[in-house]
Design a protein around this ligand. Structure first.
Ligand code: FAD
Ligand code: NAP
Length: 313
């Protein structure tokens, strides 16, 4: 028979936000359950070096996430390998159904399901991910000091990434599929004025070109959207900045959202539009999207949940 598990706090997601929430909730003796989802450890498990996690000048993303999992377990959190397929927030206790058949009920829920960078979906993009193809200039820009890079996208993220990359690269080519950017005007002004930046309008990227040994990007093949003419742009790094998709499917019809599909929280807290439901990390945040900010919000969510439970008692 399918099992039902009750906990005071159910944490959904095992990225920096989820594990940090688990550490705090466990230390508050609430015996939290954390459900990991399909990507145990979250987005950092798909990167290599992380150089901006305080206390580690250099740590492999997957290793850092294994350490966070061990930390959460050592503090007493129960970490479960499962995927929440539906969530009912209409009444307390809240109910989550998992792929395994287990039903989780909880007095408070912390949503930490993160966000995924959108990708172009090209086989060559997949092949060079982590070897010249990236979706995070803040994380990987440093590796392109003295080299040429290409960014694709026309929103704030793409412009921000392109400007950030000028700190390292000798030349940044921004490729956009239309003839005007979606980014804020002030950002556009900064971009157009920058001597290291060139914009290639009305182009898509057809293929990422590179070497096998050592594996690395050498160019991207851009295609004019109207004429179909292709141009190979030499570069060592290719940054995909075409938007992020928060993983809010579970709650999009139950909670207030902002900026498309991000879960809205009360400013300065992690309280969502339903009392007892808290959200942390990239799921709520379209601006910072870093491991350390996600971890910080995970801490806030656990503290907010504890306070909520105390008020209920
Ligand atoms: P995520 O890390 O996205 O984790 C979400 C978790 O939710 C996953 O464990 C997933 O399995 C789980 N989940 C989703 N849906 C469900 C469900 N239905 N049921 C159960 N679980 C679910 N940031 C830095 O600070 N430094 C870096 O160097 C850096 N490098 C990066 C490199 C890459 C390639 C990428 C993509 C991102 C990088 N980032 C970096 C950003 C950083 O990874 C994110 O900001 C951070 O991971 C967000 O943490 P999070 O806990 O909010 O969510
Ligand atoms: P976005 O605004 O959705 O922009 C995505 C860009 O990528 C668009 O220009 C889009 O082109 C392009 N694009 C989408 N799919 C593509 C594809 N398959 N191929 C080529 N190009 C593609 O996403 P974002 O820039 O990540 O911003 C998301 C939200 O975060 C926005 O609300 C933004 O304002 C906010 N944000 C704010 C800041 C800030 O305030 N500093 C920084 C970053 C992000 P089209 O224009 O043709 O649709």
């Amino acid at each position: 028979m399918a099992e039902t598990r009750h906990s005071k706090i159910l944490i959904i997601g095992s990225g920096p936000a989820g594990y940090t929430a688990a550490v705090y909730a466990a230390r508050a003796m609430t015996n939290p359950i954390l459900v990991q989802g399909l990507q145990p450890g979250g987005q950092l498990t798909i990167t290599t070096e992380v150089e901006n996690w305080p206390g580690d000048t250099h740590v492999q993303g997957p290793d850092l996430m294994v350490r966070m999992e061990e930390h959460a377990k050592a503090m007493g959190a129960e970490v479960i390998s499962d995927y929440i397929s539906s969530l009912d927030l209409s009444k307390r206790p809240f109910t989550a159904k998992a792929d395994s058949g287990t039903t989780f009920t909880a007095d408070a829920v912390i949503l930490a399901t993160g966000a995924q960078a959108k990708w172009l979906g090209l086989p060559s993009e997949e092949k060079f991910k982590g070897f010249g193809v990236s979706a995070c200039a803040t994380c990987d820009g440093f590796f392109y000091r003295g080299k040429e890079v290409v960014v694709i996208g026309g929103g704030n993220t793409a412009v921000e990434e392109a400007l950030f990359l000028t700190n390292f690269a000798t030349k940044v080519t921004l490729i956009h599929r239309r003839d005007s950017l979606r980014a804020e005007k002030i950002m556009q002004d900064r971009l157009f004025k920058h001597p290291k930046v060139e914009v290639l309008w009305n182009h898509s990227v057809e293929e990422v070109l590179g070497d096998e040994t050592p594996r690395g990007v050498t160019a991207v093949r851009a295609k004019h959207v109207e004429t179909g003419e292709t141009t190979d742009i030499p570069c060592a790094g290719f940054f995909v900045a075409i938007g992020h998709a928060p993983a809010s499917e579970l709650v999009k019809d139950q909670l207030e959202l902002h900026n498309g599909a991000y879960v809205k929280v009360k400013p300065g807290s992690t309280q969502t539009s339903i009392p007892g439901v808290f959200a942390a990390g990239d799921l709520t945040d379209h601006v910072y999207r870093q491991a350390v900010t996600s971890a910080g919000m995970g801490c806030m969510a656990a503290l907010d949940a504890e306070r909520f439970l105390a008020e209920q008692e």
